[in-house]
Design a binder for this molecule. Structure first.
Ligand code: ADP
Ligand code: MG
Length: 682
């Protein structure tokens, strides 16, 4: 190891790095490089890298920014394999810094060196045969099963400290800074084969190469859970507010969706990340979403129940058998329904008896145990009882609320691998993540169905279309070529022709005013629904022309057959500049922005994704059999999503598409699109 820019000055990074290397007990030689002083931390220095007598595997660079490239070149000549560039003043400052970073990358490529950084905090590897702390972190990191990547150096330091405080040991840590070369994806791939790494924690602001990240995370995440705190907002939503899909997608949806799809568990905070990491390391995954709550106080029990409900989990009835046994085991004041309330007098013995029964209930997949420590109860004994009963294949999380005496109890639980929380909401969130991971591992990818599409017909329309929003009939033609069924329609200009067209189509019809600049038609009362005869069509057409013809040049009348279906959905796509096609499905029609009930996925979708998207909607029950209404043809809707995917993958110039509404009839009925928009890049 060489440390270039090793320093004598107290507080200097170049001094801290040398100190850390020595203190961590690094197993190889450390060569401080400093052209001005002969000794750093009692170690003789070398004036340049080339003067180092032995071979060097890794060089940590803490020299001023203008010298980095020169030093990197020297390292290259010396045969150094990797650089950790701690120095800042690169891409993050723009201009000159950006050029400097490009040069650094070029030098590294030329000599076949890998770079971590620049602008980073360094790397740590606690493997016993390595013991490398090549960072300027002020805290020593205990060894353990966690590997971490942080995009921010400053946060990296804080994360390391908090991880130790949360009882998590670290196997490897890298602060990747500007990611001139090594990215989170590279590290995850590397960690896949490192036995000591059992779980990966990420702090990322943006993903350098999303496609690679998805591929790696999907593969590695199956054996090693990957948790992420992601900050920073994507620009997708802002760029694309021209459609409902764009405006509903909002800022951060693409990244969120991406993580979800590749099985990365996204958490809101570091606190949540560490708690979840502990749970994943020490607890099994739940077989299902049914959670029992065992408590010694009513209020927290209700809080936990609400939080679980809010997290989409269930708080099921216990079996009559469990309840009967609980009645026998507990005082009469206790409640034997879930949440099971052991009341304030509950001691270790009562917890033990109750837990033993509840854990074995076949209606229960996992437990949250609450304990609000009353003065007269020995909290540590209760903790010990919980630890004993937690040793089953059902996950168990504990929430300790209340006074000081809980501290030993907390330590005991932690040491025994039982995750401890302060608030029921936190426990519920972690439980949800455990369930998500269990579902993710169960999921098998479904192949895409064979779809017949007419690519040439779509290309013919798209080739002659101008950039921007297409004329409505062109958008329709493109989608129709890819198998999206549209309600039959005619475009006319006069009320007389509208009547003629409606007779051809058959009543009832819908009349719409159409013009390029007329975007949300119903806002201007430009959609007249349910016209039953020629007279009504004539009057409506006259009215539309009178109101709108002057305002919208080239106004036309669209006579459209009324779609007979009973459920309106939206199917759309916006292309995220970083992550690619982002698909949306939702309960559609003109209320989309109000309901905001939309589910997203990023391409590539497999055959199973669309159904999962629809199932994810809050309004999903409306698509089934509901209050006497027949179910809607969701299978067809799913097929349309996949057809849309095929279209936008075939034509990368399509930036945005939206079918809204697609009016679903019952299965086998006449489900039809009645309105669509499509935007080409330009
Ligand atoms: P816009 O979105 O520009 O306001 P749409 O063409 O989507 O106009 O029509 C608005 C609403 O009118 C739809 O959500 C739907 O409820 C109804 N509608 C439009 N066309 C039809 C049709 N052909 N059959 C049945 N309902 C329709
Ligand atoms: Mg519409």
């Amino acid at each position: 190891m060489a440390v270039v820019g090793a320093s004598r000055r107290p507080g200097a990074i170049g001094r801290q790095v040398v100190a850390n290397l020595v203190e961590s007990g690094f197993q190889g030689p450390v060569y401080p490089v400093n052209s001005k002083s002969d000794v750093v931390l009692s170690m003789p220095t070398y004036p340049t890298v080339s003067k180092i007598p032995g071979p060097v595997d890794l060089a940590v660079l803490c020299v001023p920014a203008p010298e980095v490239v020169k030093v990197a070149r020297e390292c290259g000549k010396k045969g150094v394999k990797g650089l950790v560039v701690i120095t800042a003043g690169f891409k993050e400052i723009g201009g000159e810094g950006e050029r400097r970073e490009a040069e650094l990358r070029e030098v590294a490529r030329h000599y076949g060196m890998r770079i971590v950084g620049p602008n980073c905090m360094g790397v740590i590897n606690t493997e016993p045969d390595v013991c490398l702390d090549a960072s300027f972190a002020a805290t020593r990191t205990p060894a353990g099963a966690v590997a971490m990547v942080s995009q921010s150096g400053a946060l990296g330091e804080a994360i390391l400290a908090d991880a130790s405080a949360a009882g998590l040991g670290v196997s490897m840590f890298a602060s990747v800074g500007n990611r001139a070369d090594v990215t989170a994806a590279d590290l995850i791939e590397y960690w896949a084969d490192i036995d000591s790494v059992r779980i990966v924690l990420l702090y990322v602001e943006s993903l350098g190469d999303p496609a690679k990240f998805v591929e790696v995370a999907r593969r590695v995440g199956r054996t090693k859970p990957i948790l992420a705190v992601k900050s920073g907002r994507s620009a997708a939503g802002a760029a694309a507010a021209g459609s409902h899909t764009g405006s509903v997608a909002g800022a951060d949806v693409a990244a969120d969706t991406l993580f979800q799809q590749c099985g990365v568990l996204r958490v809101e905070s570091f606190r949540e990340m560490f708690a979840l990491a502990a749970a994943l390391l020490h607890q099994r995954l739940p077989q299902g979403p049914r959670i029992a709550v065992v408590t010694n106080a009513g209020g927290p029990g209700i809080l936990a129940t609400d939080a679980l409900d809010g997290a989409g989990l269930e708080v099921p009835e216990l079996t009559p058998r469990t309840k009967a046994a609980l009645v026998r085991a507990l005082p009469v004041e206790a409640s034997v329904r879930n949440p099971v309330d052991l009341i304030a007098s509950a001691d270790a013995e009562r917890y033990r008896r109750a837990l033993r029964l509840v854990v074995r209930d076949p209606n229960v997949d996992a437990l949250i145990v609450l304990f609000v420590s009353p003065i007269m109860i020995d909290a540590e004994a209760v903790a010990a009882a919980i630890v004993e009963e937690a040793a089953t294949d059902k996950p168990l999380l504990v929430c300790l609320m209340g006074r000081q005496r809980g501290r030993e109890a907390q330590e005991l639980l932690r040491r025994s691998g039982v995750p401890v929380f302060r608030y029921p909401e936190d426990a519920a969130r972690t439980m949800r993540s455990l369930c998500r991971r269990a579902r993710m591992l169960e999921r098998e990818s479904k192949p895409l169905p064979r779809l017949r599409v007419d690519r040439d017909a779509a290309a013919a329309v798209l080739d002659r279309a101008a950039p921007g929003w297409l004329a409505v009939e062109d958008a329709e033609a493109v989608l129709a070529a890819y198998g999206v069924p549209f309600a039959p329609s005619r475009r006319v200009t006069t009320p007389g022709d509208a009547v003629g067209a409606s007779h051809e189509l058959g009543f009832p019809v819908v009349l719409k005013a159409e013009a390029r600049s007329l975007v949300h038609k119903s806002e201007l009362h430009a959609v007249v629904n349910g016209l039953r005869n020629g007279d009504e069509v004539y009057r409506a057409a006259e009215d539309l022309r009178r109101r709108l013809a002057r305002r919208f040049r080239g106004l036309r009348l669209l006579v459209q057959k009324r779609a007979p279906g009973h459920r309106e959905i939206l199917i759309g796509m916006t292309r995220d500049p970083r992550y690619g096609p982002l698909f949306a499905v939702g309960l559609g029609g003109t209320h989309v922005e109000v309901l905001r009930d939309v589910a997203f996925r990023i391409a590539p979708l497999d055959g199973g994704d669309p159904a999962e998207m629809f199932a994810q909607l809050k309004g999903a029950p409306l698509l089934g059999r509901f209050r006497g209404d027949p179910p809607a043809d969701v299978a067809l809707a799913c097929e349309i999503v996949l057809r849309l995917q095929r279209l936008v993958l075939d034509f990368p110039l399509i930036e945005e598409v939206e079918i809204n509404p697609f009016i679903l009839a019952e299965p086998g009925g006449e489900s039809l699109a009645v309105d669509a928009r499509l935007r080409l890049q330009g």
